[in-house]
Design a protein around this ligand. Structure first.
Ligand SMILES: C[S@@+](CC[C@H](N)C(=O)[O-])C[C@H]1O[C@@H](n2cnc3c(N)ncnc32)[C@H](O)[C@@H]1O
Length: 283
């Protein structure tokens, strides 16, 4: 029997969970970002805020061609194109996401600036140095980071910038939290969790120079409570679609994350150096 790749596992997961994702997140399949935990930011605004955190860091402009790695149903790519004027190409390994993202770009009159295609991030169907910038919002969470980052570095032009939102570990892992992490990884088909401090060497191994790493956990942690509330509000519909057991697995995970903590959350920005240097030999 041939083992399922991480991409195939994530693909099957997203095909199955799409309605839940749309119910929890709308067009932005990611956490929300609150400037401070108790400000009046609504959940919808917090979801857009998180995309804006990425857009502001990647710094793309109207002449740039930007890749969105693991684009979901296209909310962030369309917002990036609209707010910066850049040409954006989004890729996801899930066909229905690409259909939905393409339909949204047309409906929002953005089809000339944004396109979407089905592809595996671990084997991007683009030539070397064909993008000025790249983003990845919570998609690396499903991938082996080393090969995924190497692919991003390959398609970036020298000097090109990459910004991502990713999970990490940056606080002590108690046995209770370890159980939550294991459950989270299994339920959401996540790849391994890496220490915050592992990211700079990981980026350098891929041939990228780290510019900024920020632990944004305190800004996003309210998201889990929002998922819980949204699931409760749409319980009957979601139970009909998923069955009681599947849905209670998700709600149980949300409860556990609220009680014991889940992974930490980081933004990182890195640049492909303009003159190549040996990537491996620096700490
Ligand atoms: C949590 S969602 C984030 C979607 C989008 N970035 C957003 O913020 O709305 C993760 C995305 O990564 C995609 N993904 C996971 N593994 C992938 C792979 N190997 N190749 C391409 N896309 C992948 C999923 O299909 C999904 O679109």
């Amino acid at each position: 029997m041939i083992a399922e790749t991480t991409s195939q596992k994530a693909q099957a997961y997203y095909e199955q969970a799409e309605a839940l994702y749309v119910s929890l997140y709308g067009p932005n399949f990611h956490h929300g970002y609150w400037p401070s935990p108790d400000d009046g930011t609504t959940y919808e605004q917090a979801l857009e805020n998180l995309t804006d955190q990425i857009i502001n860091r990647v710094g793309a402009g109207a002449r740039d061609r930007v890749l969105d790695v693991g684009c979901g149903i296209g909310g962030p790519a369309i917002r990036l194109a609209r707010t910066t004027g850049a040409q954006v190409v989004g890729i996801s390994n899930v066909a229905t996401q690409i259909e939905q993202a393409t339909a949204s770009a047309s409906a929002e009159n953005m089809a000339e600036q944004v396109s979407f295609e089905q592809a595996d991030a671990l084997g991007l169907p683009f030539p070397d140095e064909s993008f000025d910038a790249a983003i990845a919002i919570e998609s690396l969470i499903h991938m082996d980071r080393d090969p995924a980052l190497r692919e991003v570095a390959r398609v970036l032009r020298p000097g090109g910038v990459f910004t991502a939102a990713d999970f990490c570990l940056n606080a002590p892992v108690t046995p209770a939290r370890q159980q939550v992490l294991d459950r989270y990884r299994d339920l959401d088909t996540l790849s391994s969790f890496h220490l915050f401090d592992d990211f700079p060497p990981m980026l350098r191994r891929a041939g990228l120079e780290p510019l900024e790493l920020l632990d944004a956990s305190s800004h996003v942690e309210k998201s889990v409570k929002m998922w819980w509330e949204r699931t409760e509000a749409d319980l009957e519909n979601l139970t009909n679609q998923y069955g009681e057991q599947e849905l209670s697995d998700f709600i149980g995970l949300f409860d556990d994350v609220i009680t014991h903590g889940g992974p930490e959350y980081l933004f990182f920005t890195a640049r492909k150096p303009t003159s190549p240097r040996p990537p491996q030999n620096r700490p």
